[in-house]
Design a protein around this ligand. Sequence first.
Ligand SMILES: Nc1ncnc2c1ncn2[C@@H]1O[C@H](COP(=O)(O)OP(=O)(O)OP(=O)(O)O)[C@@H](O)[C@H]1O
Ligand SMILES: [Mg+2]
Length: 261
Amino acid sequence: MVTTSQTETTNTGMKGAQPVILVQEVHKYYELGETRVHALRGVSIEIARGEFVAIMGASGGGKSTFMNILGCLDKPSAGRYLLEGIEVSSLSIKELATIRNHKLGFVFQGFNLLSRTTALENVELPTLYARISKAEGEKRSREALALVGLADRISHFPSQLSGGQQQRVAIARALVNRPSILLADEPTGNLDSRTSVEIMDIFQKLNDDGLTVVLVTHEPDIAQYAKRGIQFRDGKIRRDERTENQPRASEVIKHLPSLED
Ligand SMILES: Nc1ncnc2c1ncn2[C@@H]1O[C@H](COP(=O)(O)OP(=O)(O)OP(=O)(O)O)[C@@H](O)[C@H]1O
Ligand SMILES: [Mg+2]
């Protein structure tokens, strides 16, 4: 008997060992007038379901370019990308949008919330695109906001929330369609260190529940919470290793000086 811990998003059936993300010899060129930037130079990687990966490396190394490809926001110039076994480059624009909506959740450094819209409405937005009913969308949005500890802030506008709370709204928005992968590009880049650890606590708990998380960060302190660290330099992967003894963010928070929230 085979038992798997994943109960959600199993529309591909029982393919236990298939990697969620399979990237083979991916290159990316940006053409800018006369110049051509070779941003990714043969990147290959496998990420299994339930992994928590931190991507690090110097500025300009290709991290965001790589994340944009993982997130189906951009296509490789050469090489293959299979997302849950689906060859992404063969999909139409419409199919790509559907995949983005259903399989992927995004969190960015700048939160990207709509300013004239409440926390609840911000989180509900992706459910509209996914054609989920209004009632179901609202229910899921409330649940997602509760999950990130914001049940008491659902009617606040972004300007009425702290940076960490805004990022938590963005995380709830990324989760509301129950994606199988969470992609986060510098999610703590605009946050103080305590709030950053709080965000990592949320990511670790989501990962405990089986969500695959891929995070870009410049900060080794943040990367240590992931289970695997990948170093990019000059468009290539230079290092890829398991993180030894990653700390629990929930424990670390207890020893940090608290700020008023
Ligand atoms: N849209 C674009 N057009 C042209 N060149 C680009 C574009 N986006 C990125 N590049 C170039 O590709 C290279 C990789 O950029 P990328 O944004 O992936 O780096 P990064 O590792 O995310 O850096 P950072 O840590 O500063 O965010 C850089 O040399 C950059 O100038
Ligand atoms: Mg970047």
